[in-house]
Write a protein that binds this ligand. Structure first.
Ligand SMILES: NC(=O)c1ccc[n+]([C@@H]2O[C@H](COP(=O)([O-])OP(=O)(O)OC[C@H]3O[C@@H](n4cnc5c(N)ncnc54)[C@H](OP(=O)(O)O)[C@@H]3O)[C@@H](O)[C@H]2O)c1
Length: 252
């Protein structure tokens, strides 16, 4: 049957930053399709809410290497196998170029680039164990259109980090294909989230007018891309950076 191509039920996924915004959209979208979903984040109240929604929620601070290793250990204590890793947690920083602090490079690059690498590294044995040539394990990096084109915002370390995430995706994909693990990135355009709350409150109309398809992204737009990438339908794709952005980076 045609829908079997997109069947992901029975798989197990870890989604970092699954307590809010894009990560929560992905977590609930996969859970609704029969995936056992583990999410990670720092804030206790958000974790409790996720638990109440039936997700397995683990407290983790991915800003340090130890935090990444610890999350990998904690996850493997809670699941029998791991098929999908979504490296989604991220942060940004904005300041004028003359005042942009050095610390904002450490903070943003540590979380947005180092953490996805270290978590991937720590979970490779588990991902490799459940991978087969016919059904590879899947890693999805959440990049950004800001890693593809230059935004108006003075978010210098963020744009640099997201371009790095896209290149890291391609690099890992090349090296992990022989282990039957695919690595792809989604580069989202504007989606409702905590990170975007202030900007959407101030400039939603401008943002929508500047998007060729005339609106910001919806949960279904993000979930659809992730279901494709994690199902049999997406098993022959690796090293791709897929813009899910209403045409912002592809047509302008
Ligand atoms: N929304 C957009 O329009 C958009 C566009 C392009 C790309 N993105 C990317 O999408 C991803 C998700 O962002 P979002 O917009 O959905 O933002 P968000 O609503 O702020 O969510 C960020 C998530 O990351 C977690 N997180 C932050 N710092 C963490 C840390 N040190 N350790 C562990 N978890 C941490 C947060 O949970 P806690 O605070 O509880 O830790 C939260 O669950 C990011 O990589 C972002 O760059 C977003």
């Amino acid at each position: 049957m045609a829908h079997d191509l997109f069947d992901i039920s029975g798989k197990t996924a870890l989604i970092t930053g699954g307590t809010s915004g894009i990560g929560a959209m992905i977590a609930h979208g996969l859970q609704a399709r029969g995936v056992k979903v583990v999410i990670a984040g720092r804030k206790a109240d958000s974790l409790e809410k996720a638990s109440a929604d039936g997700l397995t929620a683990i407290g983790a601070d991915l800003s340090t290497p130890d935090g990444c290793t610890k999350l990998a250990q904690d996850v493997l204590e809670k699941v029998d196998s791991l098929d999908i890793l979504v490296n989604n947690a991220g942060a940004t920083w904005g300041a004028p170029v003359d005042d942009f602090p050095a610390s904002a490079f450490d903070k943003v690059l540590d979380l947005n680039v180092r953490a996805p690498f270290l978590l991937t590294q720590a979970l490779l044995p588990a991902l490799g164990e459940s991978a087969t040539p016919d059904d590879p394990s899947r890693i999805i990096m959440i990049g950004s259109i800001d890693g593809l084109r230059v935004p108006e915002t003075p978010s210098y370390s963020y744009t640099a980090s997201k371009a790095a995430v896209h290149q890291l995706t391609r690099h890992l994909a090349g090296h992990l294909a022989s282990r039957n693990i695919t690595v792809n990135a989604i580069a989202p355009g504007p989606f409702e989230s905590r990170m975007m709350r202030a900007m959407l409150a101030q400039r939603r109309d401008d943002i929508e007018a500047g998007t060729p398809l005339g609106r910001i992204g919806r949960p279904d737009d993000m979930v659809g891309a992730v279901v494709y990438l994690t199902s049999r339908a997406g098993g022959y794709l690796t090293g791709a950076v897929i813009p899910v952005d209403g045409g912002i980076s592809t047509t302008r």
